[in-house]
Design a protein around this ligand. Structure first.
Ligand code: NAG
Ligand code: NAG
Ligand code: NAG
Ligand code: ZN
Length: 576
């Protein structure tokens, strides 16, 4: 029998080879400019948008000061204490009792936020997905969709944490715990902003507001956001939402003390996991082949890692535009970048960027990481079955097809060397044309006696996700979003510059692509305001958390006061 850890891995594998969550409509080099975008982006800013005209108390009255801090600590710690973990190998809701902790989370939300619960309609989708809706009085406006996820990643070893991971310890500034940052920071912030507005009985929103909360974002979001996305599309139709705001992005980065960059992700890289499963003859280890199956696979791993993807900076892409803004407003922060932007030397700039850090490098380069290597059951038996899994995050210049073709190209010499039979991506969409046309019997040589590995290499893929479309960074919806950011984070003697960025990971919004072209993934966290998502000692600075709640409060108000994004056929007030 396999030891339990291996059995678990095997379970994960069979699930992973299932088909993809999203239908694959097209695949190829991404057009990175939004429809309304111009190639000669100058980083002019739309006007600052102050929501004060609605007569509501300013966010500073609600989300600053010691009383506000105390209230947010109470709300947030109550939520962080609930271990709403989603595991990769969880079964379906209603079947796997590990989901049941989410009932407790739901009850807790109801008791912490009574006005949200009395004034918003609450629907559960696939048992644990939550959709809250408050109908707007003006039905000609497309709704605003705010999103967060309820689940957190597991804790590997609680004893390594400074404070127990579900104790939600508050030290006067930091609130510690799994999920304190990812993503209950947003969850608490959104509920708190809505509670403030809805506890005022006179406040009746003009624009419908939807709160969508998935429960398995940390394992692809198929059951949560996947079902919520379908539910909302059925209810409202494709393209029916004014703006979607979810977690993600690169927060807020201060440069030279005078310019604060707000970096919402306006696109996500694509994704595909490639699995290679090798079956070879086994035998007694006292008379081994020159290479065991592990050795053969090790050569494949080495070959893949020796051939990384090329970086490319595309003019007009979000990351390029980010550096255009930086060169304009903070030219001295990184003089080399400023120089290359001004010269328009994109190739040299790409080379410069890949040396800065991994986070910068992989915003312009497809990543590949061999994350699974499973093989061997006995120390005196050559393994008969070995599997490796290679995770890819696809940059806009590349594609799912290109990733598959590259893997086939990389394994070719090893296939030839060991005379392997290959079965590549059988029954899958988006397959490259590729032939292993060499005379495969040749070149195996070395020992003079015959070695027959009798090897078969089976390739498959999972989790194929296209590079996300680019959300606009100009036009009326963006202007409200950017104008609100500039207002909420304004500071004396400084400037706030919102500019789109790219995300190397995925969020629940991959399931909401059809609902709106205006999808912004942005947890409005100041740099240094949270730490250690997905690892030990996750925490959030509660003063930074208060700013997040303030921003949500302002954003809802500004969207409510604005006539942007009318429904098709509706006449906006401006036109009347
Ligand atoms: C920013 O402010 C800090 C603290 O006041 C100061 O030490 C630093 O030199 C300033 N940096 C720049 C680039 O002005
Ligand atoms: C800037 O570029 C020059 C060469 O053009 C190089 O010597 C220097 O190390 C670079 N500086 C930084 C901070 O990357
Ligand atoms: C080769 O492997 C297949 C199973 O994959 C097995 O049926 C066959 O007997 C093997 N042939 C030799 C010559 O070992
Ligand atoms: Zn998250």
């Amino acid at each position: 029998m396999l030891p339990p850890s291996l059995a678990l891995v095997a379970g994960t594998l069979s699930a992973a080879t299932l088909t993809t969550a999203r239908s694959l409509l097209h695949d190829g080099t991404q057009q990175v400019l939004g429809d309304s975008e111009v190639a000669d982006f100058k980083c002019d800013l739309p006007p600052v948008l102050n929501p004060s005209k609605d007569g509501l108390p300013p966010s500073s009255d609600i989300f600053s000061g010691e009383e506000a801090l105390k209230l947010q600590v109470k709300r947030h710690s109550t939520i962080v204490k609930i271990p709403s973990i989603s595991y990769d190998d969880n079964g379906e809701p209603g079947e796997d009792p590990r989901w049941d902790v989410f009932y407790k989370l739901h009850d807790t939300l109801a008791s912490l936020y009574p006005s949200v619960h009395s004034r918003m309609e609450r629907v559960t989708v696939n048992t644990f997905g939550l959709v809250y809706t408050v109908k707007g009085s003006d039905t000609s406006l497309k709704p605003l969709l705010l999103a967060a996820h309820q689940d957190v990643v597991p804790v590997a070893d609680a004893s390594t944490w400074k404070y127990p991971p579900f104790s939600a310890h508050f030290d006067g500034r930091w609130l510690w715990g799994r999920g304190a940052s990812d993503d209950k920071n947003s969850l608490t912030g959104l509920f708190s902003a809505l509670e403030s507005l809805l506890s005022n009985p006179e406040w009746i929103p003009k624009r419908t507001i939807i709160l969508a909360l998935g429960f398995d974002e940390e394992c692809s979001g198929r059951r949560g956001a996947g079902e919520i996305g379908k539910y909302l599309e059925e209810l409202y139709g494709a393209g029916s939402v004014a703006l979607i705001l979810d977690e993600g992005g690169m927060g807020l980065e201060l440069l030279d003390n005078d310019t604060l960059y707000a970096l919402p992700a306006v696109m996500e890289k694509g994704h595909i996991d490639i699995w290679l499963e090798l079956h070879v003859n086994g035998g007694h280890s006292s008379i081994p082949f020159p290479h065991t199956g592990i050795g053969i696979m090790a050569e494949i791993v080495n070959q893949i890692e020796s051939n990384p993807w090329a970086p490319k900076l595309i003019k007009g892409s979000p990351i390029y535009n980010h550096f255009v803004c930086q060169a304009r407003y903070s030219p001295d922060a990184a003089p080399n970048i400023t120089k290359l932007i001004n010269k328009g030397n994109l190739e040299a700039l790409a080379e410069e960027l890949v040396t800065i850090d991994r986070a910068t490098q992989y915003r312009i380069q497809t990543s590949q990481a061999v994350d699974y290597f499973i093989g061997g059951v006995k120390i005196n038996a050559m393994p008969e079955s070995i599997t490796i899994g290679v995770n890819h995050r696809i940059a806009p210049q590349d594609s799912i097809l290109a990733v598959k073709a590259n893997i086939l190209k990389q394994i070719k010499p090893i296939v030839k060397k060991f005379g392997l039979t290959v079965s590549a991506f059988k029954g899958e969409e988006l397959n490259p044309e590729f032939a292993f046309d060499e005379d495969l019997g040749d070149g195996v040589a070395e020992p003079m006696y015959e070695v027959d590995y009798n090897g078969t290499l089976i390739l498959s893929s999972s989790q194929a996700t296209l590079v996300a479309p680019v959300s606009p960074t100009s036009g009326p919806v963006w202007d409200v979003f950017s104008g609100t950011i500039q207002h909420s984070f304004a500071f004396d003697g400084g400037r706030v510059v919102p500019v789109g960025e790219l995300m190397t990971g995925n969020t629940d919004t991959r399931h909401y692509i059809n609902l709106s072209p205006n999808i912004y993934r942005w947890t409005p966290v100041r740099q240094g305001g949270n730490a250690n998502a997905h690892t030990v000692d996750e925490r959030v600075d509660m003063y930074v958390h208060l700013e997040i709640a303030s921003f949500y409060y302002d954003l809802i108000r500004n969207f409510d006061a604005s006539d942007v994004a009318p429904k098709a056929g509706a006449i906006s007030e401006e036109e009347l």
